[in-house]
Design a binder for this molecule. Structure first.
Ligand code: ZN
Length: 325
């Protein structure tokens, strides 16, 4: 079963062409009945000449396809289809355009659409993964589609910039289909999507925005994409704490401050280190741990480990420089 999953994961990560989906599902590619579709002209006030339609596959259709693939013993045929995949092979989505001031404005209109496309496209894969991909985290409900590196918006804007048709006065005419295919291709090409529980998704986004590069790297390395490992975790949940989150420092003055972190729901203990030496060992400190005797303009490294009777979590690090008063 695991190898079947791997083949399907590969397919879902590498193939999104509706044309290929059509041939696999034996659909007449000119019949779109029952598919999710958007008439761009109504929604986005385009001129008649720019009229076009955008058709998307729904999660239900993707799941149907997976079922068909599982039932089909000749799964190797899929590889050929993946190899031949090309966004240019899809004719029917062409001729869809939008006029916008810039990529940002284009994105604003398609923000929800861009989110839906990614969530819908990766939904089947999310169901297959079925558990937070962070090491030792056993959360199975409410998994979220997380971007490991670049954000959705940046990827969309990059794709739009390369899909400009022409300038119309103050406005830019973008090719919607070209943008969307490029946007999806960029997602699969760089293997950018992971499934995390809400808590760890928030932590990933916070670490991506912050300057805490060391912890970001540790955190990313804890996110496994190995299906065998994921299947094992589903069968045998881990009892060791996953990762202590929300480590930050609040300066009070040039020689003292507060080290704060988020409290876990389960009873758990924490160890705080300053430059590698344990300075606190115990339960969560509401309002933060007061640190004093610091020197202005100096660098310090704080680190945090959570632990219980079963073992210790990986370490979260925070490097700070004490500002002068
Ligand atoms: Zn998690």
């Amino acid at each position: 079963m695991i190898s079947d999953h791997k083949v399907l994961l590969h397919f879902l990560k590498s193939s999104f062409s509706t044309h290929q989906m059509d041939s696999l599902m034996k659909h007449d590619r000119f019949k779109t009945k029952g598919w999710k579709s958007f008439e761009i002209i109504k929604k986005y006030s385009l001129k008649d000449a720019d009229k076009g339609k955008l058709f998307l596959y729904t999660p239900k259709q993707c799941n149907e396809l997976i079922k068909k693939l599982i039932e089909n013993p000749n799964l190797h045929g899929i590889d050929t289809l993946i190899t031949n995949e090309s966004p240019h092979s899809i004719e029917k989505y062409k001729e869809t355009f939008i006029l916008a001031q810039n990529e940002e404005a284009f994105y604003k209109v398609f923000n929800g659409e861009a989110r839906n496309i990614i969530q819908n496209f990766f939904k089947s894969r999310k169901n297959l993964v079925g558990i937070c991909q962070l090491k030792n985290c056993n959360v199975k409900d409410g998994l979220e589609t997380a971007h490991l590196t670049k954000e959705r918006k940046d990827i969309f804007k990059e794709s739009a910039l390369n899909s400009i048709v022409e300038l119309e006065g103050e406005l830019i005419k973008y090719d919607v289909y070209k943008t969307m295919t490029s946007y999806l291709l960029k997602h699969q090409a760089h293997n950018r999507i992971r499934f995390l529980c809400k808590k760890h998704h928030i932590e990933l986004d916070a670490l991506k925005k912050g300057s805490n590069k060391k912890t970001l790297k540790i955190f990313k390395d804890l996110i496994s994409n190995d299906m065998d490992e994921i299947e094992k975790k589903k069968l045998k949940p881990s009892l060791v704490p996953a990762f202590p989150i929300g480590l930050k420092y609040k300066q009070i003055n040039s020689n003292s401050g507060l080290v704060e972190w988020k409290k876990e729901v389960l009873p758990i203990n924490y160890k705080i280190m300053k430059d590698g030496n344990v300075i606190y060992n115990g339960v969560h400190k509401e309002g933060g741990l007061k640190i004093s005797g610091l020197t202005s303009s100096r660098n310090y490294e704080f680190s945090l480990i959570s632990y219980n009777d079963y073992g210790e979590s990986p370490t979260s690090y925070l490097n700070i420089k004490i500002m002068k008063d």
